[in-house]
Write a protein that binds this ligand. Structure first.
Ligand code: AMP
Ligand code: MG
Length: 268
């Protein structure tokens, strides 16, 4: 999955990444993708168990996307095989009163995963250089220094044992139109429609620029960004699963040695 990883120092151009391409699984179709996803669901489940047993590391998965980009669906499909006790899913919305009184990383640090656990951030501190930047919630001199804060914060977390994976689900503006329209047409999806999403859609290009800056400036060896083509939901699920499975495999996790000799015990 290094295919979609943004190298440190590389200036990403999102317009050059086709949200419809499927080059990591060129011979797979939707039907066969499901059995492959099941396999990776169970691999992820076993790795999560090992992460917990090993107890030395945590995994933080940051998910970012434009509205309708598929963050919720990805979490549902990719983590469906994993023991719910080992995963915390945290959605970050507009900061509440206690949050706005403090620095923007306070609420993020509070929800960082404990050793042995996986935390999935549905939106994150990156909103503080995305929506906040595009909507001028704070002036440029305030948001522009945040890239460095974020890189340093993430470096601290990784130094202390948290492995970080950051994923942007990359959809096209055309695909967003289709998905927003479904939220209007399908009564069971009406609740997901937020008129504010149209305002964000109107600022698509500014968002892409903000994403490019955020990704380019904070993709590091320790906390890399992946830009995943996401117009196809099944393809996106496979790629995200693969990234997480590969990341956990690279962590060299092991079951701890027992401090007793099991053969000396007799259970009667
Ligand atoms: P949703 O994910 O659909 O529940 O929407 C959450 C909303 O909260 C989105 O519109 C985000 O842009 C917004 N949001 C998240 N973090 C921040 C932030 N730090 N400042 C302002 N808005 C935010
Ligand atoms: Mg929304």
């Amino acid at each position: 999955m290094d295919l979609y990883r943004i190298e440190t120092g590389h200036r990403v151009d999102l317009s050059a990444i086709d949200p419809r391409e499927k080059s990591a699984y060129p011979n797979i179709r939707k039907g066969t993708s499901l059995s492959l996803l099941r396999e990776m669901n169970s691999e992820l489940s076993q790795l999560q168990r090992l992460l917990w047993a090993d107890g030395r590391h945590a995994l933080l998965v940051v998910l970012q996307a434009m509205d309708t980009g598929g963050k919720d669906g990805t979490i549902r499909k990719v983590f469906s095989g994993v023991n719910p006790q080992g995963v915390d899913v945290i959605g970050f919305g507009v900061p509440g009163p206690r949050e706005i009184e403090r620095d923007y990383l306070w609420r993020i640090h509070l929800r960082a995963p404990a050793r042995g656990r996986i935390a999935v951030f549905n939106r994150s501190h990156y909103e503080d250089v995305l929506v906040v930047r595009v909507n001028n919630v704070v002036p440029q001199d305030v948001w522009s220094r945040r890239y460095e804060h974020i890189a340093n914060f993430e470096a601290m977390l990784t130094d202390e044992g948290t492995v970080i994976v950051k994923i942007m689900l990359h959809i096209s503006k055309e695909e967003q139109k289709v998905r927003l329209q479904k939220r209007l047409d399908d009564p069971s999806k009406n609740y997901k429609f937020d008129p504010n999403d149209l305002a964000s859609r109107g600022k698509w290009d500014e968002y892409m620029e903000a994403y490019e800056d955020a990704i380019s400036r904070t993709s590091t060896q320790a906390a890399p960004w992946y830009v995943v083509p996401s117009d196809s939901k099944w393809y996106r699920n496979l790629v995200v699963s693969r990234i997480l499975v590969d990341t956990l495999k690279r962590m060299d996790l092991r079951y701890p040695d027992s401090d007793f000799d099991p053969s000396t015990f007799v259970i009667d």
